[in-house]
Design a protein around this ligand. Structure first.
Ligand code: 3PG
Ligand code: MG
Length: 399
């Protein structure tokens, strides 16, 4: 495994050279106003982009945003991101109105040394996500024409076999950016010899999304704490009734199996906050998990569960957390996520927060980011890394 890094590229000298940077600027936008609600992913690429600017490169940044279907869709435009990136860099970012068309060509051609351009959303082009190698390749050819070298700093997208992630590095001299390097360094501490006890907290809505990582983690972790919407399928697997809470019926059997095989490592909630509706002002009470009323929906873990999880976390030397414990966007159902997050910051442990939602929760709840060991910019990517899967974006850098 030999991955060349940004420092190697800088050592060669990049002044006057065009450097194509794949970033993950897939930031959450306010549904009404379109404003960026969390700019964490933009901030995360500043070390790489800033170093290239400083070194006098012509920096061509590309990214996806959301999941448009291979054709331009204004609600997923990267234009607001160009504005924010420019503010953070302290210099304007030239925005191309298309990804590989006339606007992109003239924008890139017009760059002076040390200037930055952002191309329009990669996923406005069917070739970006195509399963067809030739179609992806043709798009990669067009992208690669904008760079003399390629830097991958899009950790959040390294698990995608997409043109900008997988095929472009096959066409240009390629290196890993600072963010990708740091993420891989940190996550490899978790897959290597984590200091014990190693406690993992998983939340979020779907068991099916987390199944592979649960399977992969069970043999390695000391404790697996499960909250969030997905806990109800596990509770059902224990024979409990969960009212109108989120339930993946076809996963009940699997959860049953996981609990049996876990040798007591899996810890489930003992109480939850149950509401009469999925709404910020819904009537709600804390109930024991064996007493969830049939007409109520569980929207958060309860205080006794938080205390139990906190006790387990206080013993930990290594912690990985992915997924909120409840509907933290609504104040009434944010206590579980806040309680667990605070317990993680108090533990004398190396802690990693993985995932866009959990990272956004940390910031939305006003928690001090620096009291976590590392906040990953990758959700799916960090989970797949921990599963031990080969990540196409990393594999492409190794060649
Ligand atoms: C993410 O938000 O997880 C990454 O940006 C990847 O986006 P995707 O899941 O749409 O590929
Ligand atoms: Mg995602």
């Amino acid at each position: 495994m030999s991955i060349r890094t940004l420092d190697d590229l800088l050592a060669e000298g990049v002044s006057g050279r065009r450097v194509l940077v794949r970033a993950d600027l897939n930031v959450p936008l306010d549904k009404q106003t379109g404003a960026i609600t969390d700019d964490g992913r933009i901030r995360a690429v500043l070390p790489t982009v800033g170093a290239l600017v400083e070194a006098g490169a012509k920096v061509v940044v590309c990214s996806h945003l959301g999941r448009p279907k291979g054709t331009p869709d204004p609600q997923f435009s990267l234009r607001p991101v160009a504005g924010r990136l420019g503010e953070l860099l302290g210099a304007p970012v030239h925005f191309a109105e298309d990804t590989v068309g006339d606007s992109a060509r003239s924008t890139v051609a017009g760059l002076a040394d040390g200037q930055v351009a952002l191309l329009e959303n990669l996923r406005f082009n069917a070739g970006e996500t195509s399963k067809d190698d030739a179609e992806r390749g043709a798009f990669a050819d067009q992208l690669a024409a904008f760079g003399d070298a390629y830097v991958d700093d899009a950790f959040g997208a390294v698990h995608r076999k997409h043109a900008s992630v997988y095929d472009v590095p096959a066409r240009l001299p390629h290196v890993a950016g600072r963010l990708v390097l740091r993420e891989v360094e940190v996550l490899s501490r978790l897959t290597g010899q984590p200091e014990r006890p190693y406690v993992v907290v998983l939340g979020g809505s779907k068991v099916s999304d987390k199944l592979a990582v649960i399977e992969a983690l069970l043999p390695t972790v000391d404790r697996l704490l499960i909250g969030g919407g997905m806990c109800f399928t596990f509770l059902k697997a224990q024979g409990l009734e969960v009212g109108t809470s989120l339930l993946e019926k076809d996963m009940v059997e699997t959860c049953c199996n996981l609990i049996e095989r876990s040798g007591g490592k899996i810890m489930l909630p003992v109480d939850v906050v149950a509401a009469d509706a999925f709404a910020p002002d819904a009537t709600h009470d804390t109930v024991r998990v064996d007493g969830i009323p049939s007409h109520r929906v569980g929207l958060d873990i309860g205080p006794e569960t938080v205390a139990g999880f906190a006790a387990a976390l206080s013993q930990a030397k290594t912690i990985f957390w992915n997924g909120p414990m409840g509907v933290f966007e609504m104040a009434a159902f944010a206590n579980g996520t806040r309680g667990v997050a605070e317990a993680i910051t108090k533990a004398d442990a190396f802690s990693v927060v993985g995932g866009g939602d959990s990272a956004a929760a940390v910031r939305a709840l006003g928690l001090d980011e620096s009291s976590f060991g590392h906040i990953s910019t990758g959700g799916g990517a960090s989970l797949e890394y921990l599963e031990g899967k080969t990540l196409p974006g990393i594999a492409a850098l190794e060649n």
